[in-house]
Design a protein around this ligand. Structure first.
Ligand SMILES: *Cc1c(COP(=O)(O)O)cnc(C)c1O
Length: 435
């Protein structure tokens, strides 16, 4: 992180352009464009709230990851998944992670090569495991002793499948630092310190149906400190050496900037930190090193556009700006207290002098999108407001709370744009309801 990035910017400055999808530009009138499309025109066609993804940027980020890690990159599909996204990941030649039968079904529906699918989950059902086995997914990541039994009971003799075990390394990454947890207090995986990982390893060596080929770990999400990954490598290396396997997956978790002042960590720096520490830890160069980014691949590539519905100024206290979505399309602020920036789509270069709290339309006081936001003082009802960096864990965590339909999702590329997920309608909402 260099000096300029670490300085806290004047909050009244216009939205920093580096937070917007890469293909964004600004017209002479101050209106936002993306890859040749005027954003307000996309809104006219598809309505609000609207997720707009820069497809070219997802592809270029995927290519960049591949340049650093080879094809041994698995996209963690829980960050954002639909058919178009699964197809894109396939076309870019990456692997894909799924963690439920639903995610697996979406990925299989586009003909994704099963050998490049990795199946995670701490409580995969028999039906989910059967689907994974019959589809021929490349790797199933075993998460518990119960799962060893469950999986063995499903595999016919003479047809072993290749598996990894998930190891809980006792390294817990927080945004800016890591801590070593004394005991492995996690619902995921086999604890390294408790000795469970070793027991699982010995157990699998005896299995005729499960062929252990690798280890997997994932230390957290939105991690800005590369030291956390270095620590993960150091902790896993001796166990990897003792395991006698070839594949070692360090998970995802690389952090991305959401608000001004947060650092950009390049994939090249992440790759260098991992590769250098792998070497320093004496892991042989023949080992297959893998990663599974979710957020860092798609997070920066999208924004959500809303329409302002009401503005309520409480003298001396706060100004509430209500938009037509909220915690149903972006629960991260409620779940994690996450911060976002906001700006007006038709006045990108306007100074944002007005301190506001952007809230949704749900029946919760906690339904906040941007707690400490800044907007131009001219912001008014009917204006289009956007929050950038909503490409990960927004749509994928969306809900129907208050029977509000999920937004539409548009992919924009250099040749045009297309709707990849249509807006949910009232009949969609009623379709499950048998009265
Ligand atoms: C969520 C998850 C990831 C991706 O995490 P990001 O922070 O989005 O990069 C990777 N691997 C596993 C096992 C996960 O659960």
């Amino acid at each position: 992180m260099d000096e300029t990035q670490s300085q806290v910017a004047d909050p009244t400055e216009p939205i920093p352009l580096h937070l917007l999808p890469q293909g964004c530009g600004v017209g002479r009138d101050g209106a936002l464009w993306i890859r040749g499309q005027r954003v307000s025109d996309l809104v006219k066609e598809f309505g609000t709230p609207l997720f707009i993804y820069d497809e070219e940027q997802i592809r270029s980020r995927a290519k960049e990851l591949k340049a650093h890690f080879g094809s041994d990159v698995a996209y963690a599909s829980k960050a954002f998944l639909c058919k178009a996204m699964a197809r894109l990941v396939d076309e870019e030649g990456l692997h894909i992670d799924v963690a439920s039968g639903g995610e697996l079904s979406v990925v299989l529906s586009v003909g994704f090569p099963p050998e490049r699918i990795v199946m995670h989950g701490n409580n995969k059902s028999v039906a989910e495991l059967e689907l994974a086995i019959s589809a021929g997914v490349g790797r199933i990541v075993i998460d518990s002793f119960d799962e060893i039994e469950r999986l063995e009971s499903l595999i016919p003799r003479g047809h072993p499948i290749e598996v990894w075990i998930r190891v809980t390394p006792g390294v817990e990454a927080h945004t800016h630092e890591f801590i070593m947890t004394g005991q492995d207090d996690s619902k995921f995986g086999f604890g390294l310190l408790s000795g469970d990982a070793k027991i699982a390893l010995d157990r699998l060596k005896l299995s005729e149906r499960l062929n252990l080929v690798g280890l997997h770990a994932h230390i957290g999400s939105q991690i800005f400190s590369l030291d956390s990954f270095v620590k993960e490598v150091e902790v896993l290396a001796p166990f990897f050496a003792s395991a006698g396997v070839e594949e070692l997956n360090f998970g995802g978790g690389l952090g991305i900037p959401y608000v001004s002042g947060e650092p950009v960590i390049e994939f090249s720096d992440w790759a260098a930190a991992l590769k250098d520490s792998v070497k320093a830890a004496g892991i042989p160069s023949s080992a297959r090193i893998m990663v599974e980014p979710g957020r860092s691949l798609v997070g920066p590539t999208a924004m959500t556009v809303y329409e302002i519905g009401t503005i309520k100024e409480i003298q001396g206290i706060r100004t509430y700006v209500s938009v037509d979505g909220g915690m149903s399309d972006n629960p991260r602020p409620v779940l994690y207290g996450s911060g976002y920036e906001t700006f007006l789509v038709d006045s990108v270069f306007a100074r944002r002098e007005r301190r506001v709290t952007v809230v949704g339309k749900h029946c919760e006081s906690g339904d906040i999108l941007v707690k400490e936001g800044q907007l131009p003082s001219a912001a008014k009802v009917g204006d289009l407001l956007a929050t950038p960096v909503t490409g990960a864990y927004g749509y994928s965590m969306a809900s129907n709370y208050n029977k509000v339909g999920r937004p539409a999702v548009v992919f924009v590329n250099n040749r045009g744009y297309r709707l990849v997920l249509r807006r949910e309608t009232v009949s969609d909402l009623l379709s499950l309801d048998l009265g």
